[in-house]
Write a protein that binds this ligand. Structure first.
Ligand SMILES: [Zn+2]
Ligand SMILES: [Zn+2]
Length: 493
């Protein structure tokens, strides 16, 4: 009997592991221009801990203070130069998070809780001139009911999108033009989609690929991997929106649980290059997001776009910020740079009646010319510029190519030309009254109104200098309906 009681006590020790609380208030001064924007607060985790809850509070000072939250475990690299020990990031979305062996708040990584010194990482998005006083509370072996409830509610969200008959991607000029959105957010960062909601919506709306690009975390990878196998026509990319306080960039197709370091100080070009080099080492691409967005730290502060592989010229519904990005891109093309333009929705919420900020996936849509739908083919085609972009997945059809003895596609470079070249365009289903423009070297070479559902032109030009040729289709009011990446022509010297 005594033995039995002893065994019972042993059995209950882990379950009764005592709760411990760590509380600390730190005063954060506004960072100087070149200073790190990350502040680490260490705390100790004892052996055998079952859960860690973190709560932080500070005076928002009417928006003058905005501090982001993340966590590193005891495998944190002391020189802060790699992502060892990374356990998640929630930006400014949440005040309370938890991590346990089997589950964690969205954005955080569940799993073993190694003992030793962990760190809260605070991201200093905005700090008032007088500084910010931050109270951090860490609880070991006690999860706040509200944090657990939030996770349960997010997991239980169901979005029921109507299924439609699928329209297969069209084939033209030796490629199938697969359609996709490369920039979306779920509960794993600051979005209000579930991953299943994104996949259901993309599949029901004729998209062939979708990138789920959470801000500064990989907590969505496991769920993507377990769900994506159920969507046979959809290529799903594990993405990260590498979110710095001086601009954002997307990376698609990351290996499982791989994170690109986001701790780059605005304007620190050399540090940016280290991150981009890492992306290239992985065989992936780095793509600037919304370079001219006016949301405080969203615009690109790292100068020259040409160190990057592509740039999101069209973000969500077309507006003046996209117009500004288009101008900058065209200026780069005029200087001989051949960075690919892409577009994506950057949707954070489903397009539901009760949600004013909801945005459909595929607004706008990338049409990427590939032989087959596979991650490597997709990245290679984007890098090559074999992309045109339209306001939505299936309303419009646009074919643009050149002919000089052989067919030259969007993104291709036709070298050593010494004679005339013909440009062919076929545009279908655009609204009557829309305008097609052929643009080269800051000049509009042709501008025509569309007068019927099917519009065609063939224009012969003789090149005098190296040039790019791209198409835009705009509505009567000037809103962008579609545009292509250029065809590049090099003249024989
Ligand atoms: Zn962004
Ligand atoms: Zn985004």
């Amino acid at each position: 009997m005594i033995k039995f009681i002893f065994a019972l006590i042993l059995l209950f020790i882990p379950l009764l592991a005592s709760a411990q609380t760590f509380e600390k208030t730190v005063l954060i001064a506004p960072p100087k221009e070149n200073e790190s924007r990350y502040f680490y607060v260490p705390f100790d985790v004892p052996a055998g801990a079952k859960s860690i809850s973190i709560n932080y509070e500070y005076d928002r000072a009417n928006g003058a203070n905005v501090l982001d939250l993340g966590v590193f475990d005891s495998h944190f690299a002391k020189d802060k130069s790699d992502m060892s020990g990374f356990r998640g990031w929630s930006g400014g979305r949440r005040n309370s998070i938890f991590i346990s062996e089997n589950e964690a708040t969205n954005g955080y990584i569940a799993g073993k809780l190694p003992s030793g010194q962990w760190r809260v990482i605070l991201g200093l998005y905005k700090v008032a001139p007088e500084g910010a006083s931050v109270m951090i509370k860490v609880k070991i072996n006690e999860v706040e009911a509200a944090a657990r409830q939030q996770l349960t509610e997010e997991k239980a969200k169901v979005f029921d999108f109507p299924k439609r008959r699928r329209i297969a991607p069209p084939t033209a000029n030796s490629y199938t033009w697969f359609r996709g959105d490369l920039h979306t957010h779920t509960f794993h960062s600051d979005g209000n989609w579930t991953i299943k909601g994104i996949l259901d919506y993309a599949q029901a709306n004729d998209l062939d690929f979708v990138g789920i690009t959470e801000h500064n975390t990989f907590s969505h990878h496991t769920e993507i991997d377990s769900l994506a196998v159920n969507y046979k026509n959809l290529l799903v990319l594990r993405g990260e929106e590498v979110t710095t306080y001086g601009g954002h960039f997307n990376v698609w197709g990351l290996p499982k649980n791989e994170l690109i370091d986001f701790r780059i100080t605005p304007k620190d070009v050399s540090r940016l290059r280290v991150a981009v080099d890492r992306v290239h080492q992985l065989g992936l691409m780095a793509s600037i997001n919304h370079p001219t967005a006016l949301c405080g730290g969203c615009d690109w502060s790292y100068g020259d776009w040409s160190v990057m592989d592509s740039v999101e010229i069209w973000n969500g519904a077309w507006d003046f910020q996209d117009e500004a990005a288009l101008k900058l891109w065209d200026a780069l093309l005029q200087r001989g740079n051949r960075i690919t333009a892409i577009g994506s929705s950057d949707t954070h919420s489903p397009p539901l009646a009760e949600n004013k900020n909801g945005l459909a996936i595929g607004i706008p849509t990338n049409h990427v010319g590939m032989k087959q739908l596979a991650q490597n083919d997709l990245l290679a085609a984007i890098k090559n510029g074999r992309v045109w972009i339209s306001a939505n997945p299936t309303d419009y059809s646009l074919e643009f190519s050149a002919f000089n003895g052989s067919r030259i596609n969007i993104g291709d470079l036709a070298a050593n030309l010494n004679n005339k070249i013909r440009f062919d365009c076929q545009a279908k289903n655009f609204p009557v009254g829309a305008t097609v423009s052929l643009i080269s070297n800051n000049q509009v070479l042709l501008k025509e109104k569309i007068e019927r559902a099917e519009y065609v032109f063939a224009k012969e030009l003789s090149g005098e200098k190296d040039s790019y040729f791209r198409l835009e289709v705009r509505s009567e009011t000037g809103a962008m309906l579609a545009f292509t990446n250029p065809i590049y022509i090099q003249i024989k010297k």
